[in-house]
Design a binder for this molecule. Structure first.
Ligand SMILES: NC(=O)C1=CN([C@@H]2O[C@H](COP(=O)(O)OP(=O)(O)OC[C@H]3O[C@@H](n4cnc5c(N)ncnc54)[C@H](OP(=O)(O)O)[C@@H]3O)[C@@H](O)[C@H]2O)C=CC1
Ligand SMILES: Nc1nc(=O)c2c([nH]1)NC[C@@H]1CN(c3ccc(C(=O)N[C@@H](CCC(=O)O)C(=O)O)cc3)C=[N+]21
Length: 295
């Protein structure tokens, strides 16, 4: 289904015909093939090791750490969770990151957010060794990414581009609107998209008349952290919509930043939550860890 949609898009048409049912841009197959590739490579050498540093009691973060550790285990990557507790200070977090940056048995380092009150994520992330910064959290990594030097991109930003590529959606010359300017998603993604010759607009909470801006998009990427913020009136008929948001629901489900019910009727293609960007993010973190181990 999506293969057909992709053919329409890559053949020069900016948008898909809005036929009332958006093609689902699943990330599951892509994530599975990345994981299989990583597992095969891991099997050929010593096991890479990923260290996850956490200093929070946040339940969502804990869920994410558990799911990442499980995914790592399945491809043969060793995962060490270093839990410093919700009251750790900046000096302790920094010292831990510095030690993991030189520990010969460690290859990838992730610092979980949120951090304890008063600890600046950006300041402490400077202590992550860039060669092991598999989620692109060190400001140095973002600077390298922005200037075309080799660096690990934040896995989520890279996952958005990988998902578009996987579905054959061309980027060169396209109007891409990114809603959200965070250091984890919006900013690095803007650089990745510019590198692919897209015309990029980045929106945020002070953007005036958001729907008017987002309706210009051939490809709309939403990473605002607000469930259902983007509705049908934000989307041009036939546009491709990528939903980065993840919000647990009361009944144990997961919804995105896009109101999928209304947007699916207007968009040409829409990435689902769950099953879209999320699984690709996790798979790319594993690939980055393998790359760091083999570098
Ligand atoms: N699937 C995955 O792998 C990942 C998913 N996520 C999810 O993506 C979402 C975004 O995450 P993250 O980037 O970390 O979030 P942040 O809260 O760091 O950033 C949100 C951005 O959205 C902007 N924004 C907030 N409200 C509005 C609004 N009403 N109109 C326009 N812009 C708005 C903010 O603007 P301003 O800068 O002006 O405040 C900010 O730039 C979350 O749901 C998160 O859970 C995040 C990382 C990975
Ligand atoms: N520096 C930083 N990097 C991150 O990558 C980061 C972060 N901070 N803060 C929190 C968010 C959240 N996040 C998710 C990744 C994968 C899924 C994922 O795989 N979800 C499955 C669903 C699982 C289910 O159904 O419960 C899916 O979308 O299909 C979800 C959420 C990464 N984050």
């Amino acid at each position: 289904m999506t293969g057909h949609a992709a053919a329409d898009l890559t053949s020069g048409g900016a948008r898909l015909p809005g036929d009332g049912v958006a093609s689902p841009l699943s990330g599951k197959d892509l994530a599975a093939s990345i994981r299989a590739e990583v597992a095969a490579m891991v099997a050929q050498g010593p096991a890479p090791k990923l260290a996850i540093v956490t200093a929070t009691a946040d339940e969502a973060s804990a869920w994410y750490v558990r799911s990442l550790a499980r995914a790592a285990g399945k491809v043969g990557i060793t995962c060490e969770v270093v839990d410093l507790g919700p009251h750790a200070d900046a000096a302790t977090i920094t010292a831990t990151l510095v030690a993991l940056g030189t520990d010969p048995g460690t290859h990838g380092v992730i610092l979980q957010t949120p951090l304890p009150a008063g600890v600046s994520a950006r300041e402490v992330a400077l202590a992550i060794e860039p060669a092991r910064d598999v989620d692109g959290a060190n400001p140095v990594s973002l600077g390298r990414l922005a200037t075309g030097l080799p660096a690990y991109a934040p896995a989520t930003a890279e996952a958005v581009v990988a998902l578009l590529d996987h579905h054959g959606i061309a980027l060169a010359g396209k109007e891409v609107v990114v809603v959200g300017r965070s250091t984890v998603v919006g900013k690095p993604l803007a650089h990745l998209l510019l590198d692919r010759d897209a015309t990029v607009t980045v929106c945020h909470s002070r953007t005036v008349n958001l729907p008017a801006v987002t309706r210009r998009a051939d490809i709309l990427v939403v990473a605002v952290g607000r469930a259902g913020l983007v509705t049908a009136d934000h989307v041009a008929p036939g546009a491709v919509v990528i939903d980065v948001g993840t919000h647990p629901t009361a009944d144990g489900g997961l919804v995105g930043d896009v109101d999928a019910g209304s947007v699916a009727a207007v968009a040409g293609a829409l990435s689902p939550v769950p099953g879209g960007v999320g699984p690709v993010t996790t798979a790319l973190l594993l690939r980055h860890t393998l790359d760091a181990a083999r570098a």
